[in-house]
Write a protein that binds this ligand. Structure first.
Ligand code: ARG
Length: 588
């Protein structure tokens, strides 16, 4: 379905053209003076020079042409040559009826859908999942869903950090605690136990202790580096421990991500591409893309136009060890071979922007990807506490994700239980659903690249630009619709009518902008666009609701039309919160 604003522009274009002006001048935009009009066109001003006419003259000609045009209820000319437009209620009604009938509310789907890999989450196995990974999961999940809704394919890859020093640290610490285990007996040739020699709780405690020791004890650190090296070289006992760590951690991660309504298609990690590295490096060398620098292998990625420092990209250390970026290069190679995507999008803290700049440049320079490949890094800002500093626990430690979610849910529960009489169980369940909305909306309503303040009190409020306010609006609509159907009413989805109040028309106009908004959110890869629209829509709905008697309306057609509008609004809101990765409860 052609976008609403494009249909308006089409009428303007026709008018300009029939007056022998360039049709491109007839472009409508949403009015920046909503007190005067709904849409505007500035084409008369733009064309004045070319046609050597006063803009006012051109505008008047166009306005005259548009008289009696079915799309417009009012066309006004304002100096120096603005065309101020109001669309006709019938035109809006017809557009919404079509939206209500079509799949995805009439969103235009791409002729050539693209295939995206969305690399997000990025937790490090065996290290606790903390706030640093929360934003990546929340934003990435939303981006994946937006891309899919826009009609493309998106494959989400968690890209685990599963090959690093943390593994060596855990092995060494485990060795100190339980030296008798067969994994450490290099003479042992039997099968290793199926059961891990630790629980997930122990594992979570082993890592921080080992990490702390390695910071003060140089010998311990040496041992951990050696163990990491041996693991990577394939020492069987260490590989077996690694398998245990992986299995336990993945189960635990899955549980955490389930709670966040985050789901990955691929559970790949750094370890998966280790076998690709030697061949890849050999090709880099053969292609003449590398050089030795103090024993290490580097790729130069500096370009003449660079204004900032662009150090060479280090891909092998002098001891032959590969690095984070080496693995990322091999992962690109694997994705190109196995998935053949058109684009790869990476989501991490923006402090990794240099890493990704170097990565992308190396991938292009070495021909790992073609010049058409869309490689994008979406660096997000830091989540800060109310003191403006990176969010910490009350005792100053790094906040764990589970704790944060629990805190939000508790606060949500408190608010819900204080306001309503529901069973403890229902209140807890509702708090969980609304809490997730509070958390995700609080994050996604900000532009991802910006830092934001994590404010539990504000995020969990039922008023203002918050998740709970949005859910409350949806629940309100559901409850009206339920009363209506309980009373014998039947929802007729396309019973919309010509708006009979400003409030109703305003709501209908916001609804009509759905398709344009989705297109922008997709093109800019910007969940905050969706959040902003949701907020506008919820506000327009509530204004309409407060102004209009719906359930007591006695004229049948009117009531059916109101109900159809509520229903359409509800369906859109539910679709959109799903794109942000949360859902609404039945009541709250
Ligand atoms: N594990 C990394 C971290 O915690 C994030 C991984 C992001 N993805 C990637 N392909 N580099 O910082």
């Amino acid at each position: 379905m052609t976008k609403f604003i494009d249909q308006i522009s089409a009428e303007l274009k026709k008018a300009f053209q029939s007056l022998n002006y360039n049709p491109d001048l007839g472009r409508a935009t949403i009015s920046n003076r909503p007190d005067l009009c709904e849409f505007q066109c500035n084409g008369a001003m733009a064309g004045a020079k070319e046609y050597r006419k006063a803009p006012l003259v051109i505008a008047n000609e166009v306005a005259e042409k548009l008289e009696n045009n079915k799309v417009f209820a009012k066309v006004e000319v304002a100096p120096p040559g603005f065309l101020n437009l109001k669309v006709s209620p019938a035109f809006v009604r017809d557009y919404l009826i079509a939206m209500a009938k079509e799949a995805k509310f009439g969103l235009e789907l791409p002729q050539n859908p693209l295939k995206y890999v969305v690399d997000y989450g990025g937790p490090n196995v065996a290290k606790p999942l903390h706030i640093g990974h929360l934003r990546s999961a929340i934003i990435g999940e939303s981006i994946k869903r937006i891309i899919r809704f826009a009609g493309h394919t998106a494959i989400g890859d968690i890209h685990l950090g599963d090959w690093g020093l943390q593994m060596g640290l855990i092995i060494v610490e485990l060795n100190e605690r339980k030296p008798g285990l067969p994994y450490f007996d290099h003479e042992y040739h039997g099968a290793y136990p199926q059961e891990a020699p630790f629980t997930i709780a122990e594992l979570e405690e082993i890592y921080p202790e080992a990490s702390a020791k390695s910071k003060t004890d140089a010998l311990y650190r040496e041992k951990a580096l050696k163990a990491t090296y041996d693991l990577q070289k394939g020492l069987l006992g260490y590989r077996a421990i690694w398998q245990h760590i992986m299995r336990l951690s993945k189960d635990d991660l899955r549980k955490n991500y389930d709670d966040l309504n985050v789901e990955f298609d691929l559970w790949k990690g750094e370890s998966d591409v280790q076998d690709l590295i030697p061949g890849m490096i050999a090709e880099f060398k053969e292609g003449g893309f590398t050089r030795l620098s103090e024993g290490a292998l580097v790729i130069d990625v500096k370009e003449e136009t660079d204004k900032k420092e662009m150090p060479p990209c280090l891909i092998l250390k002098s001891d032959g060890a590969s690095l984070y970026i080496t693995t990322d290069l091999a992962t690109i190679l694997e994705r190109v071979n196995e998935i053949a995507p058109d684009a790869m999008i990476y989501m991490t803290d923006k402090r990794q922007s240099m890493h990704f700049e170097q990565l992308f440049r190396s991938a292009r320079k070495t021909g790992l990807v073609s010049s058409e490949m869309d490689l994008r890094f979406l660096g997000f800002g830091t989540m800060n506490g109310s003191d403006g500093k990176p969010f910490k626990t009350r005792d100053g430690g790094v906040m764990r994700l589970e704790q944060l979610v629990a805190d939000i849910n508790d606060e949500m529960y408190r608010k819900i239980a204080a306001n309503r009489t529901v069973s403890e169980e229902e209140a807890r369940e509702t708090a969980r659903i609304v809490g997730l909305a509070a958390l995700k909306y609080g994050d996604l309503s900000n532009q991802a690249a910006k830092d934001y303040i994590f404010d539990i009190d504000r995020f969990t409020s039922f008023e203002g630009d918050t998740g709970p306010y949005i859910l409350y609006t949806i629940v309100r609509i559901k409850s009206i619709l339920k009363k209506y159907t309980d009373g014998g009413g039947i929802i007729k989805k396309d019973a919309l009518h010509e708006a009979d109040s400003d409030e109703e028309k305003a709501l209908m106009l916001v609804v009509s902008g759905f398709n344009s908004m989705i297109e922008e959110a997709y093109q800019e890869i910007a969940p905050h666009r969706i959040a902003a629209y949701i907020y506008d829509l919820a506000n327009a709905l509530n204004t309409f609701y407060h102004h209009t008697k719906i359930l007591t309306e006695s004229v049948n057609e009117k009531q059916e039309a109101y109900i159809a509008l509520l229903n359409l609004t509800k369906e859109i809101l539910e679709t959109l919160i799903d794109l942000l990765g949360f859902s609404a409860p039945e009541r709250m």
